[in-house]
Design a protein around this ligand. Structure first.
Ligand code: FAD
Ligand code: NAD
Length: 457
């Protein structure tokens, strides 16, 4: 006999596990299906974020920055650190341990909240049923009043440089390198390329970033992106903008890439010992049985939603698999809204106020609209800009690179966007989110007393 649930969630990433826990907390009988096999050879919960995304990348960013500080930044404080070395396997093992602890924590939360966990592949069947194919190949059918698709996303591959033998790798491979590359070529100057490029640059690799467009981080406020590029260039990262890869040949010496100007022109070659392909991610919907419930993904692979409802009755979509930024906190917000709606509660989320952070050094944190977006929308706006070079805390810490820029409506002064670049700004952007949620004016922020000396003042 099939088991009956109020909610069956497919995928246990930040969208899926938050949805499952919230549903159970609201008294709904809930199951969550996950198929990802982690390092221990067992199903690991937590999705991309915990296993191969946010958490492991930030762990390596932290370790590599400590190494960089010990080697380069202590001197100015009169601290001499001699013979500083890096043990890459130990660094990677620390990261693996953090991942293990956190993914195990989700399993504990499932138990504590009464979520039934199924290990295997989830597939939609007709008549509100979901089939689970276990790791042993056996199938079982769950009856589901509501199904939530939280199947996440996968890296996009690039035909001229297919992933090869741990040499041409995606982000997952770049988190697992066992040695510091001599020359790492990164294809794509987006968030992953710059964060993981930074890890290996700090550890001593020569890093060249190839970007198709004439700028880095499309979507980010232009002035902020240019400032980040200058800072990373000073750290030794090389950028080749307006460049496309037309072929890649891997052999014993590493990889030889053929490059051309994006606008067309002569081909030149570039030698690397590792290549990281980081040109974006695509929603993951393979094998979900979408056709059986009359659903189809759009041109970008996305499943559309209206208030997290898909076009099929009783089927909901959240996280990377649907529209909006591919960010863990966005998936979590959608999870809560989705479950509250299933439970019959009124719930809204403000898609205008989703912060994003690039965890390079300096960090970049932004929320709301950038200058180019305001100009395209013909909005009249004011710019308030303050450089960290004039902030006492930043000067004390000898980290005065970057600025904070507040964009507000020219007439009402309502904050429309906040863009920060500097050390630690990931912890400061939350204040801008609160201000925007409360429709604050830039003056409201200016009149709020902040502690001294801090970056926040
Ligand atoms: P996912 O986390 O991808 O989870 C989906 C889960 O569904 C997976 O575990 C998958 O195995 C499972 N699944 C799929 N299909 C099925 C099926 N049919 N049956 C059973 N299970 C299935 N975001 C941030 O906000 N901050 C960051 O710092 C950040 N860093 C990142 C760094 C890297 C290197 C990468 C790759 C991503 C990063 N992201 C970051 C993005 C973030 O990881 C995603 O936005 C987030 O994980 C999306 O959550 P999700 O629940 O929608 O999907
Ligand atoms: P991205 O969209 O951030 O950047 C991809 C870059 O590759 C863009 O600059 C794009 O112009 C470029 N590009 C595309 N095709 C190319 C080609 N053929 N040759 C050269 N350049 C090309 O994508 P990503 O860095 O792969 O990250 C994927 C997603 O993961 C992000 O959009 C983000 O949502 C999420 N993520 C978030 C964080 C964070 O929040 N800190 C960290 C990592 C990943």
């Amino acid at each position: 006999m099939s088991q009956k649930f109020d909610v069956v969630v497919i995928g246990a990433g930040p969208g899926g596990y938050v949805a499952a826990i919230r549903a159970a907390q609201l008294g709904l009988k809930t199951a969550c299906i996950e198929k990802y096999i982690g390092k221990e050879g067992k199903v690991a919960l937590g999705g991309t974020c915990l296993n191969v995304g946010c958490i492991p990348s930030k762990a390596l960013l932290d370790s590599s920055y400590k190494y960089h500080e010990a080697k380069e930044a202590f001197k100015v404080h009169g601290i001499e650190a001699k013979g500083v070395t890096i043990d890459v396997p130990a660094m990677v093992a620390r990261k693996a341990n953090i991942v293990k602890n956190l993914t195990g924590g989700i399993a504990t939360l499932f138990k504590a909240n009464g979520v039934t966990s199924f290990e295997g592949h989830g597939k939609l069947l007709a008549n509100k049923q979901v089939e689970v194919t276990g790791l042993d190949g056996k199938t079982q059918v769950l009856e589901a009043e509501n199904v939530i698709i939280a199947s996440g996303s996968r890296p996009v591959e690039i035909p001229p440089a297919p992933l090869t033998d741990d040499i041409i790798v995606d982000s997952t491979g770049a988190l697992e390198l066992v040695e510091v590359p001599r020359h790492l070529v990164v294809i794509g100057a987006g968030v992953i390329g710059l964060e993981l490029g930074s890890v290996w640059r700090r550890l001593g690799a020569q890093v060249t970033v190839l970007e198709y467009l004439e700028r880095i981080c499309p979507g980010l406020d232009g002035e902020t992106a240019r400032t980040l590029q200058r800072a990373l260039t000073r750290q030794g990262m090389r950028f080749r903008l307006g460049t496309r890869v037309v072929a890649a040949r891997s052999g014993e010496q590493g990889v030889e890439l053929d490059l051309q100007p994006a606008a067309g022109g002569a081909t030149e070659s570039l030698q690397a010992d590792y290549v990281l392909v980081a040109i974006g991610r695509r929603p993951y919907t393979e094998g979900l049985g979408l056709e059986t419930v009359g659903l189809a993904s759009d041109r970008r692979g996305m499943l559309e939603n209206q208030g997290q409802r898909s076009a099929a009755p009783g089927v909901w979509v959240i996280g990377d698999v649907t529209s909006g930024p591919m960010l863990a906190h966005k998936a979590e917000e959608e999870a809560i809204v989705c479950i509250e709606r299933i439970a019959g509660h009124a719930a809204e989320m403000n898609a205008e106020v989703i912060p994003s952070v690039i965890y390079t050094q300096p960090e970049v944190a932004s929320v709301g609209l950038g200058e180019e977006q305001l100009q395209a929308a013909r909005r009249e706006y004011k710019v308030g800009r303050f450089p960290f070079s004039a902030n006492s805390r930043a000067k004390i810490n000898h980290e005065s690179e970057g600025f904070i820029k507040i964009l507000s409506d020219a007439r009402s002064d309502q904050v429309l966007g906040v863009h920060m670049i500097g050390p630690g700004v990931s912890e400061m952007i939350g204040e801008a989110c609160v201000a925007m949620e409360f429709s604050a004016s830039a003056e409201d922020l200016a009149l709020t007393c902040h502690p001294h000396p801090t970056r926040s003042e």
